[in-house]
Design a protein around this ligand. Structure first.
Ligand code: FE2
Length: 293
């Protein structure tokens, strides 16, 4: 879409949902051509990964504490593989469906994704409706959730990883495929953005070869019954409040569930916390003021 006369109304409704539920869905936010542009760029990146088959680092909750590749991905487009795509150091699924994600600065180092993040008037208009005075993008990533291979994301609040004080963070999640319960759509606890930050993923500061990162507390016991699914059609935008509790299940289907997601905090009204895993980088980018729809 979306540069049409109804956009102001759509953005206002999204801001209202964001305030009430902690998340909002805008259908048909991006056109089929725009989806194709992002998917084409994603394919190029996957091919790049396939041409470097020896560099197989997983995104794995058990080993992330010591993962220096993850640490160094803050300002790059780094490739992370699915834990169950690799066994004994070798790929056990086709390379084209082995990636978990590419991040964490895709919004800055890749012109295509930069365009849809920092230089898009629709994005700028939405942040204005969300009352962000100086939206500053800190992270951009492609999330693959490939058929049969894509793994779960455990319940979390995005501000656990990306903390500013007070929390003023929003995630923009572009569905590049239909996302369903079967292929691992997002699930939310509506209204949980009014809960406090449950825990944080921080740097340990250890300089003696110990863990790089740690959780400040164990994960709270969430009740599965509290979560509601948010299935969306490709082209939809999901906006996430930094405090809303959400998760996604493994993709047990034969359909891809690809997404591009970026996060921004309000630099004018919130202070980035220095012990975040993600430290201030030249890739922390403001939205371009002259963005055109
Ligand atoms: Fe998240």
């Amino acid at each position: 879409m979306v540069a049409n006369k109804n956009f102001d109304e759509i953005a206002a409704k999204a801001a209202q949902d964001f305030e009430t539920n902690g998340y909002a869905v805008i259908e048909d936010f991006i056109t089929q051509d725009e989806i194709a542009t992002m998917k084409c760029e994603a394919d190029k990146l996957v091919q790049e990964a396939c041409s470097n088959p020896d560099h197989l680092v997983t995104f794995n909750y058990d080993t992330i504490y010591k993962n220096d590749y993850y640490n160094k991905s803050q300002d790059k487009a780094s490739f992370f593989y699915e834990p169950n795509a690799i066994k004994d150091g070798k790929l056990v699924v086709p390379a084209g469906i082995a990636l978990s994600k590419i991040g964490h600065a895709l919004h800055a180092v890749n012109d295509t994704f930069k365009q849809f993040t920092c230089n898009d008037a629709r994005v700028q208009a939405l942040f204005e409706k969300l009352n962000f005075e100086d939206p500053t993008v800190v992270q951009g990533m492609l999330i693959f959730k490939n058929p049969k291979v894509g793994s779960e994301f455990i319940p979390h609040q995005d501000a656990q990883y990306l903390t500013s004080d007070p929390v003023k963070l929003a995630g923009f999640w572009y569905a590049l495929d239909d996302a369903s319960v079967e292929n691992g759509c997002l699930w939310f606890i509506p209204g949980s953005h009014k809960w406090p930050l449950a825990r944080r993923f921080v740097r340990t500061g250890d300089e003696n070869g110990g863990d790089l990162f740690k959780w400040t507390k164990p994960m709270p016991d969430y009740n599965d019954d509290q979560f509601v699914p948010a299935p969306v059609k490709r082209g939809s935008l999901v906006i996430l409040h930094g405090l809303v509790v959400h998760k996604s299940a493994p993709n047990t289907s034969d359909k891809s569930r690809q997404a591009y997601a970026f996060h921004a905090y309000d630099k004018a009204n919130s202070e980035w916390q220095p012990d975040c895993w993600l430290t201030p980088q030249p890739t922390f980018l403001p939205l371009a003021k002259s963005a055109k729809a």
